[in-house]
Design a binder for this molecule. Structure first.
Ligand SMILES: [Zn+2]
Length: 109
């Protein structure tokens, strides 16, 4: 099930507009996680958070910030691991994707 829309060519105005829209989506996700972070602090003080929850929240933060850094660097949409372009359908699904699907799978192992 490949997304029908084709990606805008890099370096064009359409690409810049796409990246700006993605940036907005990432910022919105960060704002949601801001609330999670507050809850995390409270839970950590009481010791209610499992290590897995802590790990997961930390990982999401990491990727959201990394994706924003990539937008600033101009490397957004390129895999941090292999340097290949990340599939457009993947970026639409995961705006903060910093690795291609293949490298993402490798890291999960
Ligand atoms: Zn890759």
């Amino acid at each position: 099930m490949e997304a029908p829309e084709h990606p805008p060519a890099r370096g064009t105005e359409a690409w810049s507009a796409f990246v700006q829209a993605q940036r907005q989506r990432i910022v919105e996700q960060l704002e949601r996680y801001n609330n999670v972070d507050t809850a995390q602090e409270q839970l950590a003080e009481r010791g209610d958070l499992t290590p897995y929850q802590r790990y997961k929240i930390g990982t999401v933060w990491h990727y959201l910030y990394r994706a924003l850094a990539k937008i600033n660097e101009g490397s957004y949409g390129r895999c941090d691991r292999c340097g290949e372009e990340i599939a457009h359908s993947r970026l639409l699904l995961v705006p903060a994707a910093v690795q291609c699907a293949e490298c993402g799978r490798k890291e999960e192992r």
